[in-house]
Design a protein around this ligand. Structure first.
Ligand code: GDG
Length: 527
């Protein structure tokens, strides 16, 4: 049976007000308070927002691409006009200096190409073979290569050098994700006194796990150059603070605040949301979508179980297929009465761990079908293809069960999209890993331990047999939360916390570089 733990608070921990800033921190410019900022934004004359993300959705035909986060960030940028900076997605032999600039409405897009070696070391290497596995608690998959670590810092330096000349003194800079931990520190070295916030989209593990990172101390020290560091859950934020304390980096000056090298860093939880109403509308409108209709016809009277995940070892696909198989074996009445569709676009195919996984999961799906299937029944439809946004919303809506069982996930937007897509009078049931950040808010899902095959199998059986009244009640509670914590609310919460922080701090931003704060670990391997 699925176990349902105590509800956890999803309230963001707000950083303290500016009255608690230390006297010795001087301010070179007068800054707007949160409400001032909002007023100035409304009149489009406030500080400009600069968003930094590894991928930048540069519009191809005058409009930006749809997608929850992109839409929200674009919305935030549009309010005051803004700049979106990052990697172009291109690797070239000789990257040119400076950014490639384009304009769409009042948003400026600035992107830079990477050399193949930079891509290999910074992105496919350190970011995705060291930071990603460690932050997802997969120490067995960590690859430590000194040249990749060096490449990570070098490419961050190059991003900072390209961004710095584009910054205006009043800009508010919002940096996204694990690719860019050292970016603020590099910008400070180049003289930036901007307010700079950082949001981590993936989990942050406790010290015992995080300390498996090479240059652990140095990476932590680099967070000290940000004004605000945000995580999805209070647990991630707490883990991070424990790491700072354990490494004697700065000193705690109250809950969610650290003084590092004379600079105060606020730390908080900001659980990301989705565009709930738009998603719900798309799902309701998708009844007529051709793929949705064909899929419905192909199912006959069978109930649909759906999983949607990038092909990633953090998503628990192997364990999930095993659980489905266990469910069928232990509930033979359901043979030929359910179909499990797993939509899994490939990702990071140039990272060896992902190549291995592609083969393993495909083999497992094939083996399960061979073992359980019948001439007129394919139990698992495993698809390595991207499905269009509208069709995806429609498929969620026609599913009786959403299987979202990552082994570890920062938030997991699929869980939220599945809930938003349901029919209010006949909703499906969400089975959700307790190790996904989304479990903090969606505690009316059937929460499961994704490693426990029998528990997951029992949850599938329970979901398929759940009475309508219970389905409605669970769904309504979760939907209410999604209607409050939308992606727009998330943006506003983060940005108003950041804008409340007085910036323009000159002497309080000593660069946490290797010379002044020698790392206990060598940056390059000893000869
Ligand atoms: C990272 C963190 C955190 C997937 N397949 C298709 C498709 N998708 C869309 C989903 C969803 C998104 O991709 C996946 O988001 P998740 O949150 O589930 O997972 P990650 O990609 O790992 O995202 C995660 C997130 O950042 C945000 O902070 O929640 O924890 O790991 O929106 O719908 N969309 C379409 N076709 C597909 O085949 N259209």
């Amino acid at each position: 049976m699925a176990d349902i733990p105590d509800p956890a608070s999803d309230a963001p921990r707000q950083p303290v007000g500016r009255s608690e800033m230390p006297d010795r921190v001087s301010r070179s410019r007068k800054r707007a308070s949160g409400s001032e900022l909002e007023r100035r934004r409304a009149s489009a004359s406030g500080p400009r927002l600069v968003v930094v993300s590894n991928r930048v959705p540069v519009p191809k035909d005058g409009s930006t691409k749809a997608g929850g986060l992109s839409v929200a960030l674009e919305g935030a940028l549009k309010q005051s006009g803004g700049l979106w900076f990052g990697w172009s997605g291109e690797t070239v032999e000789n990257p040119s200096e400076g950014a490639r600039i384009s304009q769409a409405g009042n948003i400026t897009f600035a992107v830079m190409d990477l050399a193949k070696q930079d891509y290999d070391e910074y992105y496919a290497g350190f970011a995705n073979r060291a930071l990603w596995p460690v932050c997802h608690y997969r120490l067995d998959l960590v690859q430590i290569e000194r040249h990749e670590l060096d490449g990570y810092f070098r490419v961050n330096r190059a991003f900072a050098a390209t961004l710095a000349p584009l910054l205006r003194p009043d800009d508010i800079v919002w940096v996204h994700d694990y690719h860019f931990i050292p970016l603020a520190s590099e910008l400070r070295k180049l003289g930036s006194n901007n307010r700079i916030g950082f949001f981590l989209h993936i989990p942050w593990p406790p010290p015992d796990v995080a300390s498996a990172l090479p240059a652990y101390h140095r990476l932590l020290q680099n967070f000290g150059a940000y004004d605000l560091v945000g995580f999805h859950t209070p647990q991630d934020a707490e883990n991070f603070e424990r790491c700072l304390v354990g490494e004697n980096i700065g000193s705690s000056v109250g809950p969610g605040e650290h003084q590092i090298d004379g600079h105060r860093v606020r730390i908080g939880a900001f659980p990301v949301g989705i565009d709930t109403e738009t998603f719900a509308r798309a799902a309701a409108g998708a009844e007529r979508n051709a793929l949705v209709r064909r899929t419905r016809a192909s199912l006959g009277n069978r109930s649909l179980i759906i999983g949607v995940d990038r092909l990633d070892y953090s998503k628990g696909l192997k364990q999930r297929i095993e659980a489905f198989s266990c469910f069928i074996t232990s509930n033979p009445d359901f043979r030929n009465r359910v179909t499990y569709i797993q939509i899994t676009p490939k990702s990071r195919s140039d990272v060896p761990e992902y190549q291995r996984m592609q083969r393993e999961i495909a083999e497992q799906a094939g083996w399960t079908n061979g073992n359980l299937g019948e001439v007129d029944w394919t139990p698992v439809r495993y698809v390595n293809r991207t499905v269009g946004h509208a069709a995806l919303a429609g498929l969620y809506r026609m599913s009786r069960v959403g299987l979202v069982t990552p082994l570890r996930d920062g938030m997991n937007l699929v869980a939220k999209e599945f809930v938003a897509a349901q029919q209010p009078d006949d909703p499906g049931v969400l089975i959700l890993s307790r190790f996904a950040g989304a479990a903090h808010e969606l505690d009316c899902a059937l929460l499961v331990n994704p490693y426990d095959t029998e528990v997951c199998a029992a949850a599938i059986a329970r979901a398929l047999q759940m009475p309508l009244a219970e389905r409605r009640e669970r769904w309504a509670t979760m939907m209410k939360r999604l209607q409050v914590n939308t992606v727009e609310a998330w943006c506003q919460r983060f940005l108003s916390s950041l804008s409340r922080i007085p910036a323009g701090v000159t002497e309080a931003h000593p660069a946490p570089d290797a010379e002044r704060n020698p790392s206990p670990e060598p940056e390059t391997a000893p000869a």
